[in-house]
Design a protein around this ligand. Structure first.
Ligand SMILES: [Fe+2]
Length: 406
């Protein structure tokens, strides 16, 4: 696995440049036509991955999307345009050897992932069912990439940044979506580790309590409450504490009957809890996790859905927190402002929305994938990895982080 060098496919030249007359093995349109032509039983088997060959073809169909995105010219940081590909090129670095990072705490981050099992929608707008099928296949392809990555470089746990089940969460702990969307998709042996999950806005359209209660039923699903904290220690003894927030109550636009009891949640109590827990923490590293971003250059950049950009940065500075992991935008973005890093990792399944740059953008891309975080005593490193296993962007944050700009 080498940084920034996705595998080339037949018909492709270097770095996403298509050779004259070259043809991709299976286009996105051809994939959709293939799925549509299947009998209902075969389609069900395909979407539930009982036909490995077709899943491989699906991977081949999606890989050109990943590779071709690299060929688009980066736009300047302040450019207003949204692009359907790479809006701001990253700075990928080669991963250390597994031996060199043996003492570090390593975990994966993924978000906006829960499409498998969404099925045909009676209220779908024209084309939506086809789009959902592509997202379904993309989720499976990224899940396989996560499994392969973690097999080569084991991780201690996975962090999910929310929107766990589209379009409307789960109904109960017995909902078939648990098996369809989570258990059967992230089935690689390397992914049988704790999965700590944040809640997203789509999860509030179903039973939030069921997602909490499933923690007691599953050997790896972890959501002890709507917001919570947990700590891990690296093999070398470095402590890392993550604080997982419930950001939907901070979005007034969600305070309606469609989103169950979101309006009843006490954001003041949540912030008081966070302040208290951060102050009490003795961890070497503190990391915040939430669903809604602080800042974004993507499709929601003018949306102003929450006031988190006003609320969280002062709190992060007070307590030496430099990292916020989130999703909601269906893309990959690293935005740094005054020493605070907003990592959007919402690209586990959907690559259909454009993205763009904003103040502080270091990387913005729609290539499907996930992130890997590695923490040791001196630095925290985030690598954005695409569905081919290539690193597309690397960020390093050095300790001490207590000195972030005030
Ligand atoms: Fe969301």
């Amino acid at each position: 696995m080498r940084a920034g060098t996705p595998a080339l496919l037949p018909g492709m030249g270097r770095e996403g440049v298509r050779r004259p007359g070259g043809a991709f093995p299976l286009s996105r349109g051809a994939l959709l036509r293939t799925v549509r032509a299947m009998t209902p039983n075969r389609r069900r088997d395909f979407l539930s991955l009982k036909t490995p060959l077709l899943a491989v073809l699906a991977a081949a169909a999606l890989a050109p999307l990943t590779v071709c995105a690299r060929s688009e010219a980066p736009v300047p940081v302040a450019a207003p345009a949204l692009v359907s590909g790479l809006a701001k090129a990253g700075t990928p670095e080669a991963l250390p050897t597994p031996e060199a990072e043996r003492g570090a705490l390593k975990f994966l981050v993924m978000g906006d992932w829960g499409w498998v099992g969404i099925g045909k929608r009676p209220d779908a707008r024209p084309g939506e069912d086809e789009e959902n099928r592509v997202k379904t296949v993309t989720q499976v392809v990224v899940a396989r990439a996560m499994g392969e990555f973690a097999a080569a470089r084991p991780v201690s746990f996975v962090v999910g940044v929310g929107d766990n089940f589209y379009p409307a969460g789960v109904k109960s702990t017995d909902d078939p979506r648990w098996k369809q969307t989570f258990e059967d998709v992230y089935s690689a042996p390397s992914l049988q580790v704790p999965w700590w999950h944040a809640l997203g806005n789509h999860d509030y359209r179903g039973s939030v309590q069921a997602q909490i209660d499933y923690s007691k039923k599953s050997s790896r699903w972890r959501m002890p409450a709507r917001y919570f904290t947990f700590s891990e220690k690296s093999p070398a003894g470095v402590t890392v504490q993550l604080f997982v927030l419930d950001t939907s109550p901070f979005a007034p636009g969600l305070h309606n009957a469609k989103h169950s009891d979101v309006a009843a949640q006490d954001t003041g109590a949540q912030l008081a809890w966070l302040e208290r827990e951060l102050a009490a923490s003795k961890a070497d590293w503190k990391i915040l996790v939430g669903h809604h971003p602080l800042w974004t250059g993507g499709v929601r950049r003018e949306a102003k859905e929450t006031e988190l950009a006003q609320i969280l940065p002062p709190l992060m500075r007070r307590h030496g927190v430099a990292v916020y992991l989130c999703g909601h935008e269906h893309d990959a973005q690293h935005i740094e402002r005054d020493g605070l890093h907003n990592f959007i990792v919402g690209n586990a399944a959907d690559a259909s929305r454009p993205t763009g740059a904003t103040a502080g953008t270091r990387y913005a891309d729609i290539a499907p994938g996930f992130a890997r975080v590695s923490v040791d005593a001196e630095r925290l490193r985030v690598d954005y990895v695409d569905a081919s296993g290539a690193v597309r962007h690397t960020a390093r944050i050095e300790r001490p982080v207590g000195a972030v700009a005030r």
